[in-house]
Write a protein that binds this ligand. Structure first.
Ligand code: ADP
Ligand code: MG
Length: 459
């Protein structure tokens, strides 16, 4: 994001700073002391434009916390400024360097960010990336490419579901290259931005300019290339750009939510180009990796959370690292807000609520339903209605059982997802399946397979 500070607004900013100090004095008695010290005192007023006041929070956690109190803060700032305002919070750590960024041992920038590159997130460096079996190949490929651009694997193609670290790894290559390879030009461009650049260039008759800029790159990091699917002319241009760079030994790294062959089955030439380098997939992380990610993030937030609580989070959120981070932040905010120690069971409750808020509920339960329906040759509707055919009932009960076992959502929430049933129905179904599994070996195998697939994100 651009810096929020607008130099022309010096005077207004001075007034705002004074108002902020006074507001803090008003707020202090309302907030418990440790939270006040860690979140309020570390916040800084950044800008004021018309009614909009932007406050920089010291961390992601501090931002969540301040947002919870935004009405109270607004009232205090309005009282001290004596006018109505709108409040916005952004994460803007103070200038003192945090241990995690810039990463240890990163030399000063020597490479060059191409003017077409999107801005980079400073946190997306290799040092902040936890490696486990699910992402080991992708990580190794990226590191090799970062060390020897154009000479290790070319192109490097990463694919995997949302929130599994593709953008993080691509940008880590960018940071590494900028830090270690003098005069190397780096461009991180998403498929969406590429499309936008291309379409605007066409409209404004700047195709020459477009090509010149896109040919003047040494390391091209193309994120979310699936955005190009179905956009024939953009894809054509991408192909030319790719070839121009590739043939002159420039490094190309591509990420996608699916494998090259599933990107566009008719584009043989693209598929074979992509597959000529290294293709690495990223799977959802296993439990140990999820736990390690959580420990790392909790440390970075300067917060000590007991391992058994982090383990509870890692058990509940299984397929998306972004959701894992979000849940942790919510948890940390909650525990400072309530000044209470977070126990695993409290953590579970908070995470349930977080998932419901984020609509992950429907997503996860939906995935269970679809997978079970497919395995039993019935429809999702069959699982949710109340027809009594025996095979339907078993499939329905298995879906309820797996929902309970794998998502850990409260019974009432699961009931709702299954056509508005009550929690007792779900509890009954779970018990029934548990008993059946003891007697019926083939059902047991089916259910175990389904559970494995769902846990590893294969649906
Ligand atoms: P994608 O681009 O695949 O959708 P992102 O790269 O945006 O996913 O990752 C989502 C979030 O999860 C980011 O904040 C990222 O830093 C974090 N993340 C993903 N994988 C890891 C990992 N292995 N270690 C640490 N953080 C990770
Ligand atoms: Mg991404």
């Amino acid at each position: 994001m651009e810096g929020q500070l607008h130099l022309g607004d010096d005077d207004a900013l001075v007034v705002l700073r004074q108002a902020w100090e006074k507001s803090l004095a008003l707020l202090a008695p309302e907030i418990n002391k440790p939270s006040f010290e860690s979140f309020f005192k570390t916040a800084r007023p950044l800008s004021i434009h018309g009614p909009l006041v932007t406050i920089g929070a010291a961390s992601e956690l501090a931002k969540v916390f301040l947002e919870k109190y935004s009405e109270l803060i607004k009232t205090a700032v309005e009282a001290t400024l004596d006018r109505e305002i709108e409040l916005a919070f952004v994460v803007a750590p103070a200038d003192k360097p945090k241990s995690s960024s810039p990463p240890k041992g990163t030399p000063k920038r020597e490479g060059i960010i191409s003017p077409i590159s999107e801005p980079l997130n400073e946190k997306y460096v290799f040092a902040n990336f936890i490696v486990g079996p699910s992402n080991r190949l992708a990580h190794a490929g990226c590191l090799a490419v970062a060390k020897k651009p154009g000479r290790a694997y070319n192109p490097l193609f990463l694919y995997g579901g949302s929130g599994l670290g593709k953008t993080h790894l691509l940008q880590a290559i960018a940071h590494y290259t900028l830090g270690n390879h003098p005069r190397t030009r780096v461009a991180y461009v998403s498929g969406e931005t590429f499309t936008y650049h291309y379409v605007s260039a066409l409209r404004e008759h700047r195709s020459e300019d477009f090509r010149r800029k896109y040919r003047n790159i040494d390391v091209w990091l193309v994120d979310d290339i699936q955005f190009l699917v179905g956009k024939e002319r953009t894809k054509e241009e991408f192909f030319h750009t790719f070839n121009a760079l590739y043939q002159t030994g420039k490094q190309v790294v591509i990420s996608s939510d699916r494998a090259p062959k599933d990107l566009d089955p008719v584009e043989e030439r693209l598929i074979s180009r992509f597959e000529s380098g290294l293709v690495a997939d990223i799977a959802p992380p296993d439990f140990e990796t999820r736990l390690a990610i959580l420990q790392d993030k909790a440390d970075a937030e300067g917060s000590r959370v007991p391992d058994e609580v982090l383990a509870a989070v890692a058990r509940l959120i299984q397929t998306n690292v972004r959701a894992l981070e979000g849940a942790l932040i919510t948890l940390l905010a909650y525990s400072s807000l309530m000044k209470s120690r977070v126990t695993p069971s409290l953590a579970e409750q908070i995470i349930h609520r977080y998932l419901i808020e984020k609509k992950c509920t429907e997503l996860t339960l939906d995935a269970v339903q679809r997978t079970v329906a497919q395995a039993f040759g019935v429809t999702v509707d069959d699982l949710c209605n109340s027809r009594r055919r025996k095979d339907l009932v078993t499939a329905r009960h298995v879906a309820m059982y797996l929902s309970r076992e794998l998502t850990g959502f409260p019974l009432a929430v699961i009931g709702k997802a299954f056509g508005g049933r009550d929690h007792a129905t779900i509890a009954y179904a779970c018990n029934r399946i548990k008993k059946l599994l003891e007697q019926d070996e083939s059902l047991k195998q089916t259910v175990e397979h389904l559970a494995d697939d769902l846990k590893s994100g294969r649906y």
